[in-house]
Design a protein around this ligand. Structure first.
Ligand SMILES: NC(=O)c1ccc[n+]([C@@H]2O[C@H](COP(=O)([O-])OP(=O)(O)OC[C@H]3O[C@@H](n4cnc5c(N)ncnc54)[C@H](O)[C@@H]3O)[C@@H](O)[C@H]2O)c1
Length: 332
């Protein structure tokens, strides 16, 4: 074990949103490292909560089916925790446009309830917040570094930016250690695959596995960088284990851009099935599309020493293998 991995041995860790995509991958790794993991998740419909995600670690974790907005639950759950990875959030982009008040309630009020519980009952805990590259909005300079202007294009990203600021205020004012991660598009096993309302790369994979048309919006030339979930999990752990990372904001990505059209072609090549097709942006999607984005990861590399290890081919191969094997648990 590396020193950062040893930091979780015997530690008590709360993972909010732990039945979802990132939270379940993170929880599995924490269990492997000897942490005592409690998950809190409200299994919100149309999000990624899935008990199959934690099937293999079920005997080693505690699950609390609760809501991060529930003050009494959170007051109880934060007690004695060493780390809190805060991943519970309203992440569905389409629902965000249709019901933005829900984003405000879950992403902002939920985060504030959690922080207040920490202020009242556990000021020693370390809070790791998962924000989004969407906090930047349209890029004025590429690659995007942490000092890039933040002009979010949708309420999902506005509420993430606000929640991030709350974590930083509690770090500064109440001395509850908090660090904030602005994450690029992430893909891999244990993502919801039932609909295309968020998680574009995983949706492309479903279409390829089903040997269907992969719908690329517009002319397909928009650029993104895509991070494999195991690399993201490593980064969460590395950041959490490193005291100098607290009070800071970090961009997480690969820094390696690819266009949507090339991505779709690569998926077809790796899967050996599916076809690439162009489709018009829906009006709703067009309105919140920020255009080209890829990440400048020099800060996290320099401060924490993290760097992603999985190249796109390898990540796609592992992801496709996983869903071919467990398709019935995810297709919905
Ligand atoms: N996946 C990505 O590409 C990506 C990129 C940037 C940021 N993020 C952030 O990472 C976090 C996790 O995203 P994910 O991709 O794992 O999504 P996901 O949908 O797979 O997981 C979210 C989980 O949160 C739970 N949840 C939602 N509201 C809750 C509430 N009020 N109380 C308790 N649980 C609640 C859901 O039931 C679900 O299990 C989110 O905050 C998201 O904004 C993800």
């Amino acid at each position: 074990m590396t020193p950062y991995e040893e930091a979780f041995q015997g530690k008590r860790v709360l993972v909010t949103g732990g039945l979802g995509f990132i939270g379940s991958n993170l929880s599995a790794r924490l269990v492997e490292l000897g942490a005592k993991v409690t998950i809190v998740d409200n299994m919100m419909p149309r999000l990624g909560g899935n008990l199959f995600n934690v099937k293999e670690i079920m005997d080693h974790i505690q699950i609390n089916f609760s809501d991060v907005r529930d003050e009494h639950s959170m007051d109880y759950l934060v007690k004695d925790q060493d780390f809190i990875f805060h991943l519970a959030g309203q992440v569905n982009h389409v629902d965000s446009i249709r019901n933005p008040i829900q984003d405000l309630d879950i992403n902002c009020r939920g985060t504030l309830v959690l922080l207040e519980s920490c202020r009242k009952y556990n000021r020693e805990v370390k809070v790791i917040f998962s924000g989004t590259r969407g906090e930047y909005g349209a890029s004025v300079k590429l690659p995007v570094a942490e000092d890039h202007p933040t002009n979010p294009k949708g309420i999902y990203a506005v509420t993430n930016l606000s929640a991030e600021k709350m974590v930083l205020v509690y770090d500064d004012v109440h001395k509850i250690s908090g660090t904030c991660l602005r994450i690029t598009n992430t893909y891999g096993p244990r993502h919801q695959m039932a609909h295309d309302e968020y998680g574009v790369l995983n949706w492309f994979i479903r279409k390829a596995i089903d040997d269907e048309l992969i719908p690329v919006f517009g002319d397909g030339h928009i650029l993104r960088d895509f991070l494999y979930v195991d690399d993201l999990v490593d980064c969460f752990l590395q950041v959490a284990a490193y005291q100098a990372a607290f009070g800071e904001v970090f961009n997480l990505g690969t820094g390696i851009p690819i266009s949507f059209i090339d991505l779709a072609k690569k998926i077809v090549e790796v899967a050996g099935s599916g076809k690439v097709a162009f489709t018009e942006f829906t009006k709703e999607r067009k309105e919140v599309e920020p255009g080209d984005y890829y990440t400048d990861i020099s800060k996290v590399r320099k401060v924490v020493g993290w760097t992603p290890k999985t190249d796109l081919n390898e990540g796609l191969k592992k992801t496709i293998e996983f869903y071919r094997k467990y398709r019935k648990e995810y297709w919905g």
